[in-house]
Design a binder for this molecule. Structure first.
Ligand code: NDP
Ligand code: OXD
Length: 307
């Protein structure tokens, strides 16, 4: 019996090393060298090509290498009844919280601006931006940790989720009816939603028009949360003062995409919270053992909910 690593845009070697460092690890194979497909009981997936998960008749577990599972759930040939798990981890949440805080500080304290000034040998200071209201769309594993870190750092934090939350220092908005309300006073809006049919293109002109003029957008969820053209318009007419984008509809971001050269857009290459390979390896082996022993899986995805 074997585990198959099927990662696109991620080097599988370190994950393989971590898996094999554990005594309870079965044989590990790396896509496309699957060997006999009947042997594959668990596939570790990241950005796989549609249809391939259907090629393993004895598949018992689909384990997402990351927290987001939209790429798995949108596969029209996804094998029915094979459970899907995702990566949930304190380090993943802490990294994201740190990244979002850094992005906010970078904007408020004009750090990128000074780098540009330096390039022109210019000595020109500006006051910090005072607005410290942050709304986080998505208050799950990553969103709630981010909210707590921002609260500790003196930000006034609100969050929006499907269900009501009770997090100290964080105002909870929930349900579609409260989406616009949740962003009305925000100087920063952070997207930490999963990509689902209900959240696709949620960062659009309607939402931007409800935000404070000159507010700042941080998208660390998924590229398809954002309507790219609506963002370009909102930046052009100064409805938004800028955006930090870590995720894009197409990754890597195509060379001719207008975001690359936009002075108000700060691009990072989907690195706001990378998966820790040692931890994901251990987590997946634990779930694999659970499947074999008939125990309840950890971090199982609910396909009905789409996250
Ligand atoms: P969770 O599933 O823990 O949290 C999702 C949150 O979104 C929950 O609060 C949920 O509400 C809320 N939500 C989902 N659908 C809706 C909806 N229709 N309306 C309102 N709220 C909704 O996810 P994680 O925090 O673990 O991860 C979030 C996303 O972050 C991932 O799916 C992934 O896309 C992205 N990500 C990005 C990374 C990067 O490097 N850029 C790294 C890791 C993740 P409720 O709590 O009520 O269920
Ligand atoms: C994830 C990611 O979903 O890295 O974990 O984007």
């Amino acid at each position: 019996m074997a585990i198959l690593i099927l990662l696109n845009q991620v080097d599988p070697t370190l994950l393989e090393t971590h898996l094999k460092s554990h005594n309870d690890c079965p044989e590990v194979r790396i896509w496309p060298n699957c060997g006999n497909k009947d042997d594959i009981e668990c596939v570790i997936v990241w950005k796989h090509d549609e249809g391939v998960l259907n090629e393993f008749p004895n598949l018992k577990l689909i384990a997402s290498y990351g927290a987001g599972v939209e790429n798995i759930l949108s596969d029209p040939a996804l094998p029915a009844d094979v459970p899907i798990t995702r990566f949930v981890d304190d380090t993943l949440s802490d990294q994201m919280a740190e990244f979002v805080l850094a992005a906010i500080l970078n904007h408020r304290l004009h750090l990128t601006y000074y780098r540009e000034q330096q390039a022109a040998s210019q000595w020109r200071g500006k006051d910090f931006l005072t607005g410290k209201n942050v709304t986080i769309l998505g208050l799950g594993e990553l969103g709630s940790t981010t909210a707590k870190l921002l609260d500790k750092n003196g930000y006034k934090v609100s969050g929006w989720s499907r269900s009501e939350k009770n997090i100290d220092g964080v105002k909870s908005y929930f349900g579609n009816d409260q989406l616009y309300l949740s962003v009305e006073e925000a100087d920063f809006v952070v997207c930490l939603l999963p990509l689902t049919p209900g959240t696709k293109y949620i960062l659009n002109a309607d939402l931007f028009s409800k935000m404070i003029k000159g507010s700042f957008l941080i998208n660390v969820g998924r590229g398809d949360h954002l309507n790219d053209n609506d963002l370009m318009d909102a930046l052009y007419n100064n409805q938004l003062s800028g955006a930090l984008l870590d995720v894009f509809s197409k990754e890597p971001l195509p060379q001719d995409h207008p975001f690359w050269k936009h002075l108000k857009i700060h691009i990072t290459p989907h690195i706001s919270s990378p998966t820790d390979k040692a931890k994901v390896a251990r987590q997946i082996l634990d779930n694999y053992n659970r499947i074999l022993s008939g125990s309840t899986l950890k971090n199982q995805v609910d396909p009905q909910r789409s996250y």
